[in-house]
Design a protein around this ligand. Sequence first.
Ligand SMILES: [Zn+2]
Length: 310
Amino acid sequence: MEPVLFDKSLFALAALALAGCGASIPASDITARVADAQHSSDMVRFASMCEDWDDWDKPTEPFQIHGNTWYVGTCGIAAILIKGDDGAVLIDSGTNTGSEVIEANIAALGYTMRDVKALLVSHEHYDHVGGMARLQGLSGAPLWVGEGAAEVMRTGKDDPRDPQSGLHAAMAPVTGTIRAVADGEVLETAGITLTAIATPGHTSGAMSWQWESCTAGGCVTIVYGDSLSPVSADEYRFTDHPEYVAMFRRGIARLAGLECDMLITPHPSASQMPARARTGSFEGGITCPAYAASKTKALDDRLAKEAASQ
Ligand SMILES: [Zn+2]
């Protein structure tokens, strides 16, 4: 912890309490404030260790995003551990190499991979789920994926519908249980309830996840909003795939309409996570509708560019 991050008033409060002069300040309040300071400093440390759009496999340390929700990813690729009453769930694995960082970060929080009761997938690209086969082997937990991603996770091979088909490294096939989940499905495990939100477009199987996190200060609805950037292989033209574009727009609209107090993303910088971490809190920042609007613009810009180059 950086000394500069300590709030001197905390020590004054603690000293008063210890001296027996702080009868009006409940010990639980002091404990909560010390915990808040620790929470903020861990978050700021992430911002100091990692740069925007950092390397996929660059290690960083875990930190608490809010309540039950912990960041266990690398500098460049998010992985989220949600703690429940009876274990935890993990969203995304990073690359195969990145999954070793994630495993170590989970261990640093006092959990083992055997405590992970479900492995959730954002979208079927190597940078986010290339390490899933490895983590699935360690945990024995089922994979929960969007219907369009199940085959890619099972085979490790590209989806031919994927605009980026051919660009990504093959992944190790997942040999354990793969559960394809539908849009709006509510899933429960380890005392955690999550809602699957299908947000296709960046890939066919792209899935966002929504859950509630509570602290003494109240509850928030967190959305892990999947990538929605219209990126492709050189020869791919979205214009040639009107049904895919229509599905893409439905995916963006789905995200825009969600209850969403706090947005986090598989690429931390896509929702300004390093900048928000620098403030010591993820409250505020980019909203789901603003994120969705920026993706509509990116898709419109892409289609306009294709039209201009015809
Ligand atoms: Zn991707």
